[in-house]
Design a protein around this ligand. Structure first.
Ligand code: KIV
Ligand code: ZN
Length: 390
């Protein structure tokens, strides 16, 4: 597969177990990593970045075991631009049915200062390390870290070198989440138009969420020809996180009229993996998080609940079942109206006449003013009070 307009299939590269796990405090145990990898494999993720094998014995063991167990996904490990990292990575992924080495180096002026290399020295190193990786595996991804703050001419030059050395995927990281959507699209488009050999490789987009634009930037990059999105479950990742898998996948599904791209993801598996990643990483999902937040398919206000009871499309743009939920939730609170209370009472087995409903509704409003959420037990107690007062 190559880039751009030729294809509408977008590869999903999940890095929950590598970039996601790099969030301070998100470390997962060996078994938890295996469990998440199995779920990613099962939901149709194309490439799983399973870890950074040189980082620790534990990471090496997790990547190796995931490589042995994977059924459908390609298993990838991360390596810096040196032979030791790359050899260790190759060793870790070697048992996978399909493997990948992902090697990277920071190419922006700021990041070039870290190894203190001149532009020419860095270009030579990229040539040597990508060639070395390609001698070990067929499938090599190369990333110019901080690409979005790298001089365009230099970026073109090093990408061309990486392609000639055998890279099969070129990833463009917005490492510090600095880019805006129009820039993200322009950069990918210009790179594909300018770099010799760009048509022979896949361009990937890897966005961070420091300005809350990771999803928009990733989708803009796809519109411009990128055909791999790097993302994590729940947007887990360093600082403000990475592009959230569930957001880009559902955006392309729900707005397929505007973004006519396909992924291989079974979206009905989204909620279960989101909950599992939240549990094992210890990073709770915010209530109003798109797609997977507790309130993403919940409606409390009377007008919305009434509208939902008449036709779910009034206030929902996707079906909760499409992300693996059993249905919409209409929590009762002080903003709720009579229609939702009646529906809840019917659910609990009560058929009320208009007068009794009026009485219970008054009691309910009084309670709701004192309580954030009114639960089934509260409704049962209200019914008992109403019946004994009658
Ligand atoms: O954000 C980043 O630049 C990375 C690279 C290692 C690809 O995660
Ligand atoms: Zn990253």
């Amino acid at each position: 597969m190559t880039n751009a307009s030729k294809q509408d299939r977008v590869l999903i590269f999940d890095t929950t177990l590598r970039d996601g796990e790099q969030s301070p405090g998100a470390t997962m145990t060996h078994n938890e990593k295996l469990e998440i990898a199995e779920m990613l494999d099962d939901m149709g993720v194309d490439i799983i970045e399973a870890g950074f094998p040189i980082a620790s014995e534990g990471d090496f063991a997790a990547v190796s075991e995931i490589a042995k167990r994977s059924k459908n996904s390609r298993i990838c490990g991360l390596a810096r631009a040196n032979f030791k990292d790359i050899d260790r990575c190759a060793e870790a992924v070697r048992h996978a049915g399909q493997s990948r080495i992902h090697t990277f180096i920071g190419t922006s002026p700021l990041h070039r200062e870290i190894p203190n290399l001149t532009k020419d020295e860095m270009a030579d190193l990229i040539h040597e390390t990508v060639t070395h990786a390609r001698n070990l595996v067929e499938n090599v991804q190369w990333s110019p870290m901080d690409a979005t703050r790298t001089e365009f001419d230099y970026l073109c030059r090093v990408i061309e070198i990486a392609i000639k050395a055998g890279a099969t995927t070129i990833n463009i990281p917005d490492t510090v989440g600095y880019t805006a959507p129009r820039e993200s699209a322009d950069l990918i488009r210009r790179l594909i138009e300018t770099v010799p050999g760009a048509d022979e490789v896949i361009f990937a987009t890897h966005c961070h969420n420091d300005l809350g634009m990771a999803t928009a930037n990733a989708l803009a990059a796809v519109d411009a020809g990128a055909r791999q999105i790097e993302c994590t479950i729940n947007g887990l990742g360093e600082r403000a996180g990475n592009t959230a898998l569930e957001e880009v996948v559902m955006a392309m599904k729900v707005r397929n009229d505007l973004m006519p791209y396909q992924t291989g993801i079974d979206t009905t598996k989204i909620m279960s993996i989101s909950r599992r990643v939240a549990a094992v990483s210890g990073f709770a999902v915010q209530y109003n998080k798109a797609i997977v937040g507790k309130n993403a398919f919940a409606h409390e206000s009377g007008i919305h609940q009434d509208g939902m009871l008449k036709n779910a499309e009034n206030f929902e743009i996707m079906r909760p079942q499409d992300v693996g939920l059993s249905g919409t939730s209409l929590p009762l609170g002080k903003h709720s109206g009579r229609a939702a209370l009646r529906a809840k009472l019917e659910d609990l087995g009560f058929e009320l006449g208009d007068n009794q409903l009026k009485d219970v509704f008054v009691r309910f409003k009084d309670l709701a003013d004192r309580k954030k959420e009114v639960h089934d037990d509260d409704i049962l107690a209200l019914m008992r009070d109403s019946e004994s007062a009658a």
